[in-house]
Write a protein that binds this ligand. Structure first.
Ligand code: C5P
Length: 294
């Protein structure tokens, strides 16, 4: 067998709403999240050759590990083990564009892309559902990233209801310098009394109605309440700047620290991004990305 190489795009995600409903018996938390994949993506190149089960991963960022802490590597290991494939070597090369430690599921999306790519190259015929099950063994965000689009995620974050696309819009994403440990923020949230929760039912209704303004106004993430005062201040300032520059609504995504604003058009988004890039080193414009169909 000659070496076969395939490229996959690994789309980032934003949480348009994020609620944590309580702690589960397995130590994880019960989630209710409106997830949206976005056009900002990593490029994942996967090569498969005859061999004896070696896996290698590398990225263009020196601080991202190439070992089994790299979620692309971990995904390849899960795939080859679960499908009992021992006579192939896998090499993964990831060009990162989605901000790292941002709450945008960049690593999870790389993992999902590796699973899709291996399924294609090795012709293993897994359905999206099968691939989501494998992705759930990598981490909690990877199952969504297998197909992306617009989804309501529940349970550990790995159960889905696929939704119709959100109204056309553009996102401006800013990434403050600080990064937050996901387990640490979950345990901080356990000790915080939440004063406000997202109106998940309401935001779903706005999507059904094609009401962009109503949707943007309802974007809400309970993790903002668990930030330190200094982190919260930064996030509030970022949200305030986005709204002042014309965003219809703004919120932090996932466990942060990236903050997004929703704009009616791409040109409004680029104008805001130009202003924000004076203050934030990392600023991006992205569009909603549709669910993958193959
Ligand atoms: O599954 P993942 O590796 O993304 O989770 C990282 C950590 O986040 C878990 O070890 C857990 O502390 C926390 N977590 C949680 N409830 C979830 C998802 C993640 O408590 N639904």
């Amino acid at each position: 067998m000659l070496t076969q190489t395939i490229r996959e795009k690994a789309y980032g995600k934003l949480n348009l709403s994020l609620d944590v409903l309580g702690k589960r018996d397995d130590g994880y938390h019960e989630m209710l999240m409106l997830m949206q994949s976005v056009s900002l993506c990593d490029e994942v190149t996967i090569s498969v050759a005859e061999g004896n089960g070696l896996i290698g991963a590398s990225t263009n960022k020196a601080y991202i590990p190439n070992t089994d802490k790299n979620l692309g590597f971990k995904a390849a290991k899960v795939f080859m083990t679960e499908l009992n494939i021992k006579n192939r070597d896998v090499t993964i090369s990831i060009k990162k564009r989605v901000p790292v430690c941002a709450g945008m599921g960049g690593g999870s999306s790389d993992a999902a892309a590796v699973i899709r790519g291996l399924n294609r190259v090795l012709k293993t015929g897994l359905s999206f559902e099968n691939m989501r099950t494998l992705a759930g063994k990598v981490d909690s965000d990877a199952p969504f990233c297998v197909q992306g689009g617009t989804s309501l995620a529940s349970g550990r974050g790995t159960e889905f209801t696929m939704l119709e696309p959100i109204p056309d819009c553009a996102f401006v994403i800013v990434k403050p310098r600080f990064s937050i440990s996901t387990p640490a923020l979950f345990s901080k949230l356990d000790s915080v009394k939440l004063r406000a929760r997202p109106d998940t039912e309401g935001i779903l209704e706005t999507i059904r109605d094609g009401d962009l303004y109503g949707m943007a106004r309802r974007c809400f993430n309970v993790f903002e309440a668990a930030l330190s005062p200094r982190e919260r201040d930064t996030v509030e300032k970022a949200k305030g700047s986005l709204v002042n520059l014309g965003a219809l609504g703004a919120s932090m995504t996932g466990t942060g620290s990236a903050v997004y604003g929703i704009f009616r058009t791409e040109s409004e988004a680029y104008a805001a991004e130009k202003e924000l890039s004076r203050v934030f080193r990392e600023c991006y414009v992205a569009r909603p990305a549709p669910a993958l169909t193959e």
